[in-house]
Design a binder for this molecule. Sequence first.
Ligand code: A3P
Length: 293
Amino acid sequence: MEIPPRPALFDFHGVSMTKYFTENWDNIQDFKARPGDILIASYPKAGNTWVSYILDLLYFSHMSPDRQDSVPLHERVPFLEFYMPGFPSGVDELNKSTIVPRIIKTHLPVQFLPKSIWEQNSKIIYVARNAKDSVVSFFHFDRMNKAEPEPGDWSSFLQRFMDGKMVFGSWYEHVRGWWEKKKSHPNILYLFYEDLIEDTEQGLDKLCSFLGLSPTSELKKQIIEKVLFDNMKNNKMANGSADEVLDFKISPFMRKGKVGDWKNHFTVQQNEQFSEDYDKKMKNTDLQFRTLL
Ligand code: A3P
């Protein structure tokens, strides 16, 4: 399948977006949630794929091994707002899914979520990752993802991130928007990538308690093993290699999986400028991230 030229970024109701996430807008907004649906929401590069895989294993490990061995994760966990000619849209994939529960990926900022998801009181897991590692991961992702706008060089990308001119908008507004929503919405679990790295088993326990699941210790052990970074990286059904728009010659999708890789990218001056700007943008929130473990 011929991939079209990289898309342009434009303002969409106050959020930078590309056509691949806006052209199906009416169908996205009219999306009908079903009882039991579970949403994994995040700003790009926060670990959505990791949590998707954990959830898919938690719910569907008992199914025939075919599901895990032959269906790519991005088909098992459809991407709600994705819409690219030549590929099935996220909404179509979800509408035809017969699986219960449907596990749904989204990068939408909180104000863009379809009404029906709130009406159904669907469980939502929001995954958040510190800004510095997020921008580094996003930069490498945009280099290898032909469905993203051209990233340009690192310093201009960093500036664009600070300006909120990224696909799915401002990181600062995204993480804060969901954080505030969570305060009045018990069906949102706000999970940090850094916590998941530090103690994956504890993260799994948190997920299970939120979802009301009690997996056997054997299943938990298997899941922890399968979702280790290196094991996922070597798993063709979970490492993004089945995704045609990603160019692994430029960078792997499962790139480093670390906290603090930003130290290898930011210059001292970039770090100072970024931190100063960060403090201004985040001064009115009690949301705290760790940038190192
Ligand atoms: P890096 O680029 O820093 O390596 P998303 O799935 O939201 O796009 O996030 C992708 C990021 O999560 C990438 O970060 C990827 O390597 C990391 N990631 C995915 N699975 C992981 C795992 N099992 N352990 C640690 N990090 C993981």
